[in-house]
Design a protein around this ligand. Structure first.
Ligand code: ZN
Length: 296
């Protein structure tokens, strides 16, 4: 009788330890936002882009996947959100800091639709992505302006760029996506530069947006004043690595954001940023960063 009690006591203790371990793991490593809302995770991948979007009706979209070295981290982050299927995968343009971890993502998840612009890059990274897609029998849809992604019943996702067939700079091929959930909206610029911004303006799209993911890591090649005025965001997000080689974000961009009094969330200061929308207001899980810029 006594032995039985001791065994039950030990088993209970073990169970408590296991439960404590798992809840500790979830809380400290990956924040789990309210899944009944729209969540946009700007995953901190240093000097690179990676955004995970989950909708209230349980659809999932990933825009970019960080550098090659970020593949495992990106896969683990998404898995810890309890996700095994990515309904829409977007590689904004074929630079390593956007599609580096994409092959790992393709290998580790069920993928619905995969969008990339019609642009090639003669690198092993780009080849790896094509190989991973081919091995999975995953077709690549050439994303261009005017396409509706058909992400979910509640959240509209529309492609606003690229608007031309060819560009000098790969950055301008960037697939630009506007996400709208009831009253709330997000605009994801990839690394689109001023040429693409001007084309978007010329097309006359409704680009007024609540949250603007600033183009090209805050480089002065992007975010012209005209474009920023037309978007007229409340909050901005910059995906950028501490002490990067490019001097991002640039002084010109930060000065503009400061002059317009816009809130700046930046992954080099805030880490991973989660914006949550109930369709009638957006909240952030972190405090905003400052207007510090890096000099080249
Ligand atoms: Zn980039």
């Amino acid at each position: 009788m006594k032995i039985k009690k001791i065994i039950i006591f030990i088993l209970t203790l073990l169970l408590a330890v296991v439960l404590a371990y798992f809840s500790f793991d979830t809380v400290t490593q990956v924040e789990q936002p309210d899944k009944t809302k729209l969540n946009v995770h700007f995953i901190d991948v240093g000097q690179a882009d990676c955004m995970l979007i989950t909708t209230p009706d349980d659809k999932t979209m990933l825009i970019d996947a960080g550098n090659n070295a970020d593949g495992d981290d990106v896969v683990n982050y998404i898995k810890k959100q309890g996700i095994d299927t990515i309904d829409v995968l977007i590689g904004t343009h074929p630079h390593e800091d956007h599609i580096g971890g994409m092959d790992d993502v393709i290998k580790n998840f069920n993928i619905g639709k995969f969008y990339m612009p019609r642009a090639a890059n003669n690198t092993k990274t780009f080849e790896d992505v094509l190989d991973a897609a081919q091995e999975k029998g995953l077709k690549i849809t050439a994303g261009k302006a005017g396409m509706n992604i058909g992400l979910s019943d509640s959240v509209n996702a529309e492609i606003l760029a690229p608007n031309s067939e060819t560009y000098k700079d790969l950055n301008n091929y960037s697939i630009v996506v506007k996400l709208t959930y009831k009253q709330d909206s997000f605009l994801f610029m990839g690394d689109a530069e001023k040429q693409s911004e001007n084309e978007i303006l010329d097309k006359g799209y409704d680009i007024s947006t609540d949250v603007l993911k600033i183009g090209h890591h805050g480089s002065s090649t992007s975010t012209s004043e005209n474009f920023l005025k037309a978007v007229s965001p409340n909050d901005t997000v910059i995906c950028v690595g501490k002490g990067n080689d490019y001097g991002h974000p640039h002084k010109e961009t930060m000065k503009l954001l400061k002059d317009y009094g816009l809130t700046v969330y930046r992954t080099d200061e805030c880490g991973t940023i989660i914006a949550t929308s109930d369709g009638n207001g957006i909240t952030f899980n972190v405090k905003p960063g400052d207007y510090k810029y890096h000099s080249k």
